[in-house]
Design a protein around this ligand. Sequence first.
Ligand code: DX5
Ligand code: ZN
Length: 216
Amino acid sequence: MLVSPSLLSADFGNLEREMQWFNQSEADFLHLDLMDGVFVPNLSFGFPVMEGVAPLCRKPLDVHLMVVNPESYLDRVAKIPGVRYFNFHYEATKNPVALLQLVRQKGFPTAITISPDTPVDVLRPLVPLLDMVLIMSVYPGFGGQKFIPAAVQRVCRLREMADEADHPLLIEVDGGVNETTGKMLAEAGADILVAGSYVFRAENPAEKVALLKSLS
Ligand code: DX5
Ligand code: ZN
């Protein structure tokens, strides 16, 4: 399993210390949640924090944009060293195909996120264009929410769609992930688990990362 701890639940007064354990952990990515208070009813952090944390982080950055007009963020996100994924919401743009093309032109793999109420089937025509899909297992906007169990079925369905299209697709899941929900998601065919509070609020965060890593 690949693991992408979400910085949203970190201690922002001690980011340097957080990055010390993080860099030494088995984490594969650092998940960065960008919120605008419009697409979701909350704000997180913006460019100064992302640009400040990037040089401290020795793992690729997995940027999850919960914003309207995600296209207007692409140039600046692309300038941050270490960004691997520019992951925007399907619901936030009128023309996902055009934005996926721009994302690819920037040299990123293509990635898109769907919120819990968006049917997985909307992605059917997009699957051949996608390297990664992020399935939200909570309503986007806040850390520490309860896992929505329907996400497990949604992962299975998406994996089936990708297999039918004979297309390799990374499936990432975000929200309410812990060792129990993580195990269910692993069995359903998820490749990457995002975990915020479960990892960052633990006494030994690196141990929780290792636990999620061992799920298959
Ligand atoms: C929520 C964010 C998540 C959040 C997950 O909108 O996209 O990445 O940090 O937090 P947990 O793992 O605590 O549910
Ligand atoms: Zn996220």
